[in-house]
Write a protein that binds this ligand. Structure first.
Ligand code: PLP
Length: 393
């Protein structure tokens, strides 16, 4: 074969993080047969879907089995019932998002990975540490990425660069953040929106963990004045409704986003219509059920369950005087490895002493060195067991 490949893929760093973790856990199990493992490394939900949601999906399956109520290809941008439900969700958050600006998808990861399709060769600004998809999907498209450093000094909430020569850029913000669990305040997010407006930039705001916010922090970037002229928002049913295995998310592309007289929504609509054939009717019925009535109450109860785990972990690390972020408005705890340990050293020590598996911080960017991510998605019982171990650190 002599065709040219997209060699930008060579710029994407190979990641051995999760395979390295799996290897070390396998070795530990082989050497310690029968020892319990407490898994606090994976960012996947563990509670089953609420029955109120699965009932709506069962009803939808029944509709699919009858000639008069069968549904074929879904509308490319989502059924109106779901776009309206998402728009109402924003109304509950105190902002106006019209249903036509809601693009339903099979999850936030796809949208985050696909957005570079409709953007030209702009400089890209990404926080470090952060969800690796932003960096990798830009590198695959040959974009130049620069980083803003999250660290102890800024509590892993970096503010815009002071450099006044920065031109129009694509800026990624994740709040609540994966992996740090840190959440921007109104002031912090306002600083980013003002920076984007001043520099003619676009913010891609990832709100996948919005439902975990209980303090007075922005749930959506559209709470910040001016954001509708500089930001798209990507969100998901994965962590809110336990849809990691069902697949549904959405992106808001406001009509007021325009560059050089061209609406971004025009390109996004065209991209989706060309390359994506929509989300199944059954899935969208389940997603809509999660946003109202009993479904909403049940999803909130599941989130409260995970948040109780996070709070238990946060309490122990507070008592121990170990620096951490997250744990309050997020299912993640991001802690500084004690005794100046490196992340992998701490990983091995937790595994060997207690059978606890977490995620070394380097997996999320070089600023993650010396830090460690624990997730609250496990059972309450296991979280409490882990807390007892952490007390002895
Ligand atoms: N955004 C962040 C910050 C995430 O952590 C994840 C998944 O862990 C996603 C997006 C992906 O969400 P989805 O399951 O909707 O693709």
């Amino acid at each position: 074969m002599d065709i040219k490949l997209n060699t930008h893929f060579l710029d994407v760093k190979e990641t051995y993080l999760f395979s390295d973790i799996a290897k070390r856990v396998k070795k530990f199990q082989a050497e310690n047969p029968g020892r319990e493992i407490i898994r606090m490394g994976i960012g996947d939900v563990t509670l089953p879907l609420p029955q109120s949601v699965t009932s709506a999906m069962e009803e939808a399956v029944k509709e699919m089995s009858a000639k008069d109520t069968f549904h074929g290809y879904p509308p490319e941008y989502g059924y109106d019932f779901l776009r309206n439900a998402i728009s109402d969700h924003y109304k509950d958050l105190g902002v106006t998002v019209s249903p036509e600006t809601v693009y339903v998808s099979d999850g936030a990861k796809s949208d985050l990975g696909n957005l570079p399709d409709v953007l030209g060769d702009n400089p890209v600004i990404i926080p470090d540490p952060v969800y690796p998809v932003y960096v990798d999907s830009n590198l695959m498209n040959g974009r130049k990425v620069s980083f803003v450093a999250g660290n102890k000094e800024n509590d892993f909430l970096p503010l815009p660069p002071a450099d006044t020569n920065i031109g129009p850029s694509v800026i990624y913000i994740c709040s609540p953040n994966n992996p740090t669990g840190a959440v921007y305040s109104y002031e912090g997010l306002t600083a980013w929106v003002n920076f984007a407006l001043k520099t003619g930039s676009l913010i891609i705001f990832d709100a996948a963990y919005e439902a975990f916010i209980t303090e007075d922090k922005p749930h959506t970037i559209y709470e910040i004045p001016g954001a509708d002229t500089c930001a798209v928002e990507v969100s998901s049913f994965s962590k809110f409704a336990g849809f990691t295995g069902v697949r549904c998310g959405w992106t808001i592309v406001p009509d007021s986003l325009e560059s050089d007289g061209i609406k971004l929504s025009k390109f996004w609509a065209r991209r989706q219509a060309t390359k994506f054939n929509g989300v199944s009717y059954v899935t969208q019925r389940g997603a809509a059920a999660s946003l109202s009535g009993q479904g909403l109450a049940d999803c909130k109860a599941n989130i409260a369950y995970y948040k109780r785990n996070a709070a238990a972990l946060a309490e122990v690390f507070t008592e121990k005087g170990i620096y951490f972020t997250g744990g309050i408005n997020s299912p993640y705890i991001w802690l500084e490895c004690p005794n100046n340990m490196g992340s992998w050293e701490f990983f091995d020590s937790l595994l060997n002493r207690f059978g606890i598996v977490g995620t070394p911080g380097e997996g999320f960017g070089s600023n993650g060195a010396g830090f460690f991510r624990l997730t609250a998605f496990g059972s309450y019982e296991n979280t409490l067991k882990a807390c007892e171990f952490f007390k002895t650190l």
